[in-house]
Ligand binder design. Structure first.
Ligand SMILES: CC(C)(COP(=O)(O)OP(=O)(O)OC[C@H]1O[C@@H](n2cnc3c(N)ncnc32)[C@H](O)[C@@H]1OP(=O)(O)O)[C@@H](O)C(=O)NCCC(=O)NCCS
Length: 336
């Protein structure tokens, strides 16, 4: 006999609120150019970045994640104790165990919540939103806090021309909960491990530790084969975003806001053109002052658009994350 009881959750889920934390210190292109042979003009033309934020020692992954989580929660009616699951996407928490998510849940007051980390690089926020949506609709959770938090400056080689100007620090969060109306469309996600070497660490941490002793200065850093990644992001990812619209049953005319991962402004523009989104669509350009903050970039961009009044609650947004792995995930959401 198969008499197991199974849970059934809410009919739909939606994002209740987003929140972010931006490190205090802005790093200009002029400062970057003291470390690499480049120019403000080259960096702006090739990436769209004018400034980025680099965290100070006290702005840890945990501190930034907690601040972002609090900012998102403060925009809801929920108490921290009502959060059932905390998902933290990060590639810059340097302990394989325990996960940083448990400490973040405890500090936030989400006592006893299920808590775990995911490693899905710049797709991490969209992976987390997909999981939160599934959990809420299957009844394994009612309220889920999804956080993307990164200190990429810790694993950036400040003298590498291919990455020093791109990567940055910050945290963004979203509270997801049940809804009567659909608020999160079907995710289109996947990976391409055959291209894993395009963005990777120069060494595993254990190898580095054995070779050098645990010295922060000798940390492995990120290396990226920028041009193939650029082409993959601009063309293949536009197709994924188009599929996300298809699966949600919305056409370009029904999209109000386009908020892809903030990797490079030229990628954002190329995807926007490939998707044939109407000119009235509001485009997230948070990269200009934040750089590439990996899993934090989409919630930070959404928060900025909502706070500035460029985007509004109830509007339809297309989000897509993509990066090291290679991994990707995109969905259509209703803005909180
Ligand atoms: C990194 C990136 C901005 C480089 O831009 P690009 O247009 O691909 O530039 P290229 O690497 O082809 O280099 C073009 C030229 O600029 C030069 N160059 C490279 N880095 C430079 C720098 N920091 N400053 C000045 N010149 C630079 C190169 O030497 C090359 O010169 P050449 O034409 O004389 O050979 C771009 O490839 C990119 O954004 N890639 C994807 C990033 C991304 O999406 N990541 C997602 C995962 S997180």
């Amino acid at each position: 006999m198969t008499g197991l009881q199974v849970t059934q959750g809410a009919a739909h889920s939606k994002i209740y609120a987003v929140g972010g934390y931006r490190p205090r210190r802005s790093v200009t292109n002029a400062e970057i150019c003291t470390m690499i042979d480049s120019s403000d003009e080259w960096i702006q033309t090739r990436s769209g970045i004018k400034e980025r934020r680099w965290a100070s020692p006290d702005e840890t992954v945990q501190a930034m994640a907690v601040a972002a989580g609090r900012a998102a929660l403060a925009r809801t009616e929920l108490a921290p104790g009502q959060i059932d699951v905390v998902i933290v996407s990060t590639v810059t928490h340097f302990h394989a165990t325990p996960a940083i998510a448990t400490r973040i849940a405890a500090e936030l007051g989400a006592k006893g919540a299920a808590a775990f980390d995911i490693s899905a690089a710049c797709a991490g926020f969209c992976y987390g939103i997909a999981m939160a949506d599934s959990m809420i609709r299957t009844g394994t959770a009612r309220h889920v806090l999804v956080i993307g938090a990164e200190r990429l400056s810790d694993i950036t080689d400040k003298h590498d021309r291919g990455t020093a100007f791109l990567f940055a620090d910050g945290a963004g969060a979203a509270v997801v909960g049940p809804s009567d109306e659909p608020g999160i469309g079907p995710v289109v996600w996947g990976s391409d491990g055959d291209q894993a070497d395009l963005i990777t660490q120069t060494a595993a941490f254990d190898v580095a530790a054995r070779q050098t002793g645990v010295n922060h200065q000798d940390f492995p850093t990120l290396r990226m084969d920028g041009n193939p990644v650029f082409r993959w992001a601009s063309y293949t990812m536009a197709k994924v975003a188009a599929e996300a619209m298809d699966r949600a049953g919305v056409g370009p005319d029904q999209i109000d806001v386009f908020a892809p991962h903030q990797a490079n402004l030229r990628i954002v523009d190329a995807m926007f053109r490939a998707l044939k989104l109407p000119d009235r669509v509001v485009i997230a350009k948070d990269i200009e002052y934040q750089g590439n903050t990996s899993a934090a970039s989409i919630p930070l961009a959404l928060e900025a658009l909502l706070e500035s009044g460029e985007a509004h609650s109830g509007q339809t947004a297309l989000i897509i994350g993509f990066g090291a792995g290679l991994v990707y995930a995109g969905q259509v959401i209703v803005l909180p």
